[in-house]
Design a protein around this ligand. Structure first.
Ligand code: IPM
Ligand code: MG
Length: 355
């Protein structure tokens, strides 16, 4: 199996280095992996003048799976939009046709006091957001900042979903629900948006193929509220690109830290790109204090979804649980009475817990 590792910017390099340690440890036990690194995002721009250099895209296309760190940094913010780091990420998702983005939010009991919500609200939380990743207002045309007929500047983006785009991610959502508690909540804004009206219709049609799954619909504003009011009502949340972007950041905080949450972005064949849902965190980059667990847990998702190696995936997830149970914490999840460790120390501890 070939894995393309794209560390990206900021803390991306620090956290992917720890995840690679885990992969190398598994390789010593017989997991057949070949790892190659390439720049993306600001690093791609610095290296080749392009946030998604051609060589990087080719490597990712040839790989069985991609492990990505994070992209972005203040030094790139003034670049023209096509050259900004985020475009590298959006383009690789689009080029690899990674339309189904799985973002689980699970509370580790040891971290209950790191959540800003009361323990009785979040204890036992285990939900999954299935976010559509290659459509919506992120990619819809026309888009521009132009001068309108009235002579003033106007920003334009287009929210757009075709029936087939909705259907394929709906299947991903229902299949995810079938492997879990069999509840799917589809989130939209059908009271205002035509895009959402079609979304709701198509999801309801696809539901006929999954009679064991119970389907509900919720408006996105209500979903944002329900996530902090009573998040345990959710099993799988299925939603579009921009709503999923926003709700998944919100859901991450229920678990104590965005530094804990992995994600998988899958194409129709199950090929995937795996990345922590957190960003490049320029404010703490280079200090060796970032939490590598989201990236390490992304490796577990890779083992599960692309390599179908459930045993190895379980092994990595158990190692993370063990390290947390031993009281090791990076700064983002540190509370009194635990042991604060650096990024590399956390990675080493997970590797040791794999033995
Ligand atoms: C995410 C990020 C990206 C997105 C940005 C960096 C383009 O926020 O993966 O959630 O909006 O999809
Ligand atoms: Mg986001």
């Amino acid at each position: 199996m070939k894995i393309a590792v794209l560390p990206g910017d900021g803390i991306g390099a620090e956290v992917t280095a720890e995840a690679v340690k885990v992969l190398e440890r598994l390789a010593r036990d017989g997991l057949a992996v070949e790892i190659e690194e390439a720049p993306i995002g600001g690093a791609g721009y610095d290296h080749a003048g392009d946030p998604l250099p051609e060589d990087t895209l080719r490597l990712a296309q040839a790989a069985d799976a991609v492990l990505l760190g994070a992209v972005g940094g203040p030094q790139y913010e003034a670049l023209p939009r096509p050259l900004r780091p985020e475009q590298g990420l959006l383009r690789i998702r689009k080029e690899l046709k990674l339309f189904a983005n799985l973002r689980p939010a699970k509370l580790y009991p040891e971290l209950v006091s790191s959540s800003t919500l009361r323990p009785e609200v979040v204890m036992g939380l285990d939900l999954m957001i299935v976010r559509e990743l290659t459509g919506d207002v992120y990619f819809g045309e026309p888009r521009a900042i132009h001068t309108n007929a009235g002579g003033e500047r106007e920003g334009v983006n287009t929210m757009r979903y075709s029936e087939s785009e909705i259907a394929r991610v709906a299947h991903s959502g229902f299949r995810a629900a079938m492997k879990r508690r069999r509840h799917l909540c589809s989130v939209d804004k059908a009271n205002v948006l035509e895009t959402s009206e079609l979304w709701r219709t198509v999801v309801t049609e696809i539901h006929r193929e999954y009679p064991e799954v119970s389907l509900s619909h919720m408006y996105v504003d209500n979903a944002a509220m329900q996530l902090v009011r009573n998040p345990r009502q959710f099993d799988v949340i299925l939603t579009g690109n921009i709503f999923g972007d926003i709700l998944s950041d919100e859901a991450s905080m229920l678990t104590g830290s965005i530094g804990m949450l992995p994600s998988a972005s899958l194409d129709a064949a199950g090929k995937g790109m795996y990345e922590p849902i957190h960003g490049s965190a320029p404010d703490i980059a280079g200090r060796g204090i970032a939490n590598p667990l989201a990236t390490i847990l992304s490796v577990a998702m890779m083992l599960r979804h692309t390599f179908s190696d459930v045993a190895a995936a379980d092994r990595v997830e158990r190692a993370v649980e063990r390290v947390l149970a031993h009281g090791l914490r990076t700064a983002d999840i540190y509370v009194e009475g635990t042991r604060r460790v650096a990024t590399a120390e956390m990675g080493d501890a997970v590797v040791a817990a794999l033995e």
